[in-house]
Design a protein around this ligand. Structure first.
Ligand code: NOJ
Length: 738
């Protein structure tokens, strides 16, 4: 894939020429992003654009309005500078793909790239030339509603998918009519919001920041991402929009980023609300000096930057650099040459090809977590021919809107196909489908619908329950202190289980839910996230084996909320829990004496293992892993570790197996995670097929920030696993020699 054109010389001249003509106020105008009026050009906005007080418009997707605004910018303003048109195109536009967390479960960069490509095309038709995606915050706390928007808990997986999303939105040619600028957000550490409460403070140790939270952004920059958005959060006391060390030091000086840095909505004004500054004057100054080029929504630059320059508090050169970053993106997008959109030249949004892609993406995103055996047969896949009556239960079984997930401003629920619709389409007419929502919505405690659900289950050979969370229970500002199934849904599961009818539970949710009380009691469990427009057919085709499940968890599933944060790449601690040392709260007799000898790290009231580990997911076959081997047990610092493992499909069905490479650095100058993902491959295996999977791992990929915070590989012993998930497999040892 050719890299994005970063050749600055032609732009440098054009930027310099423009800068020389712009007044200070016009320069500051380029730094302002304002909201559109929604489908028409308001007088105020027209005037502001005409007078050069606007560099970008957010949230205007009505193509004629966008074109009218561009016309004013290009033909009626003094310098004819086109506008950046920004929009949150997060997991699709009219066609909605699975939420990003769901797409991450595909462990397939092509899924992410294809989804972003189609989203870009549909958005560009409306005149959008800039999306605020991908969100690549590491999400290790599912209480935080925004985990839905990211790619999960792991820096390597997130970095890989971040690059794929950037390629999908931008292509290799940002000037293409259907390419839009991507935005890596939120820089940085927002996912660590304390207690999973949105906008909350973060306290990330410097090493963790560098080893865990920054790498996805580095990967996005490497992939040529056009812009970066600052986070709302503060990190160790410094709100992101004022963090010069990170915005200028790391992003620009160390990584060489020459794209655009945009604030989050109102986040510059909020510097004063944080208590970092006394007023908007101070906020504008802090943000400008830190390196925030464009201000989203608030107007502190417009109000104060000119005076800050005149009074010497912000150098003019800094403003020129900020404006240059804005103009450079406009040149990169080819907006001066092609400011208008021609909707008629684009494929219709929500067309069959786009919906087919959403279907394929959903199929690869839905994780099979349990599938019990009954009379020597697994419950799934269901055999349509053997069924006479099916009960379809749950508030999410037939809700075209709620399956779409968070951030679907432009999502069109008319394209949605629900589980119930897909069942009706798939099952022969001879099969009776009895529908009973059970509860009016996922949060309701109203049990008056239970009786109908139980009756339907009693009469059926299988009960398909579609439960979880409505879209609005995750996403920005929608955090939960308790991540179990909301409302009366667990009780509904119990009631249906009591009928003795086999139960397939399908979960639609924007986060990892804590399902300990029911996960292993239902007969099959499918984790569908919010699967998007074509979630229904994807789920039904997985249930009936038209498609084989291949997705894997991009996050650890906790048993109970109190285990959070629980993620696979934990430290070993000095007192790791072992099966022999773990005791239950019920085993402790009254007045038991306090002892510390032999105690280890666990909670008294929950099994220390997660409910399902990171990387976990079943297929409709059984793949056996032989122990991995390493070609050379000693490798030089400049070398490559050659690892392989043979895997065999022992079942009668084909599988797409996600083979995962994990490494542990046994001794470091600082403590190291018990495992770190370093690679993965999707491998197709025919029934009975045996295949050796190779990984070439450059030793440089073992680098981490050591005691002195410099990035280096420390020679010594390592363990490597080639395994189906983060809690499985046997290791092979190798050493890195100095
Ligand atoms: C606030 C959100 O934090 C950010 O992710 C989003 O892109 C902006 N609002 C614009 O809608």
């Amino acid at each position: 894939m050719p890299s994005v054109d970063h050749t600055t010389p032609p732009f440098a001249e054009r930027i310099a020429e423009l800068l020389a003509r712009l007044s200070l106020d016009e320069k500051i105008g380029q730094l302002q992003q304002v909201a559109g009026a929604g489908g028409h050009v308001s007088d105020d906005l027209a005037r502001a654009v005409r007078e050069g007080r606007v560099g970008s418009v957010i949230n205007e997707v009505h193509a004629p309005t966008v074109n009218a605004l561009q016309w004013i910018a290009v033909h009626e303003s003094r310098h004819g500078i086109p506008l950046l048109i920004g929009r949150d195109v997060i997991h699709g536009f009219a066609t909605v793909f699975p939420i990003p967390l769901g797409q991450a479960a595909s462990w397939n960069p092509d899924v992410v790239e294809r989804g972003a490509r189609i989203a870009a095309r549909e958005a560009a038709a409306c005149g959008v030339n800039w999306t605020f995606a991908p969100m690549i915050d590491i999400g290790r706390d599912p209480r935080w509603g925004r985990v839905a928007e990211g790619y999960g808990e792991d820096p390597y997986l997130t970095a890989t998918l971040a690059a794929a999303a950037v390629r999908g939105f931008q292509t290799h040619d940002l000037t293409a009519p259907d390419a839009i600028a991507a935005c890596a957000k939120h820089f940085v550490g927002y996912g660590a919001s304390e207690s999973g409460r949105d906008y909350n403070s973060t306290n990330i140790a410097p090493r963790e920041l560098r080893d865990v939270h920054l790498p996805p952004f580095a990967a996005a920059v490497q992939a040529g991402v056009a812009s970066v958005m600052t986070s709302f959060s503060d990190l160790d006391g410094i709100p992101a929009s004022a963090n010069r060390d990170l915005l200028t030091g790391v992003l620009r000086d160390t990584w060489g980023f020459d794209g655009l840095v945009v604030s989050d909505w109102d986040s510059i004004r909020q510097l004063a609300v944080h208590g970092l500054t006394a007023d908007e004057w101070g906020s504008a100054r802090e943000a400008a000096l830190a390196g925030v080029d464009m201000e989203m929504a608030s107007t502190t630059y417009a109000a104060h930057l000119a005076e800050l320059v005149r009074s010497g508090h912000v150098p003019l050169a800094q403003v020129d650099a900020m404006v240059s970053n804005v103009l450079r993106l406009k040149f990169r997008l080819g907006l001066f040459e092609r400011p208008f959109t021609e909707p008629a030249s684009f494929p219709v949004a929500g067309n069959d090809a786009h919906l087919d892609a959403a279907y394929a993406s959903a199929c690869e995103s839905i994780v099979l977590l349990t599938n019990t055996q009954r009379e020597h047969e697994y419950l799934l896949p269901l055999a349509a021919g053997a069924l006479q009556r099916v009960a379809v239960i749950g508030p999410l079984a037939d809700d075209p809107y709620e399956q779409l997930g968070t951030w679907i401003f432009d999502g069109d629920a008319q394209h949605s196909r629900t589980v119930l619709q897909a069942l009706r389409h798939t099952l022969p007419d001879s099969v009776q489908i009895e529908v009973a929502p059970g509860v009016p919505n996922t949060r309701s405690h109203d049990e008056s619908g239970f009786a109908d659900a139980v009756r339907a289950a009693e009469r059926a050979e299988v009960a398909i329950l579609v439960l979880g969370e409505e879209s609005i229970l995750s996403g920005e500002a929608h955090c939960r202190a308790d991540v179990s199934l909301p409302g009366a849904q667990e009780r509904l599961v119990e009631a249906v289980l009591a009928t003795g009818t086999p139960v397939v539970l399908v979960i639609m949710a924007g986060r990892a839910l804590a399902l300990e009380r029911i996960a292993h009691r239902v007969h099959a469990l499918l984790y569908a996230w919010h699967p998007g427009s074509l979630g229904g057919p994807a789920i039904v085709d997985l249930l009936f084996g038209v498609v084989a499940p291949s997705a894997r968890l991009p996050v650890t599933l906790p048993r109970v909320t109190g285990q959070i944060p629980i993620y696979y790449a934990q430290k070993h601690t000095g007192k790791p829990a072992t099966p022999e040392t773990v005791v239950s709260i019920h085993d402790i007799h009254p007045r038991a004496p306090q002892l510390s000898i032999g105690n280890t790290s666990f909670h008294l009231d929950v099994d220390p293992a997660p409910l399902f580990p990171f990387g976990y997911g079943l297929t409709y076959t059984w793949v056996e892993y032989d122990a991995p081997s390493v070609q050379h047990a000693e490798v030089a610092l400049t070398g490559t570790v050659e690892l392989s493992a043979t895997i065999t499909n022992r079942g009668a069905r084909a599988a797409d197996e996600v083979v995962q490479l994990y490494v542990r650095d046994l001794v470091g100058s600082v403590t190291r995670p018990v495992r770190e993902l370093k690679g993965f491959q999707r491998v197709h295996l025919a029934p009975g097929e045996r295949r050796t999977v190779h990984f070439s791992l450059p030793v440089s990929a073992l680098a981490f920030h050591g005691r002195d915070l410099t990035l280096a590989v420390e020679p010594g012993r390592f363990h490597a696993w080639v395994a189906p998930h983060a809690a499985a497999g046997t290791f092979v040892e190798f050493s890195v020699c100095a």
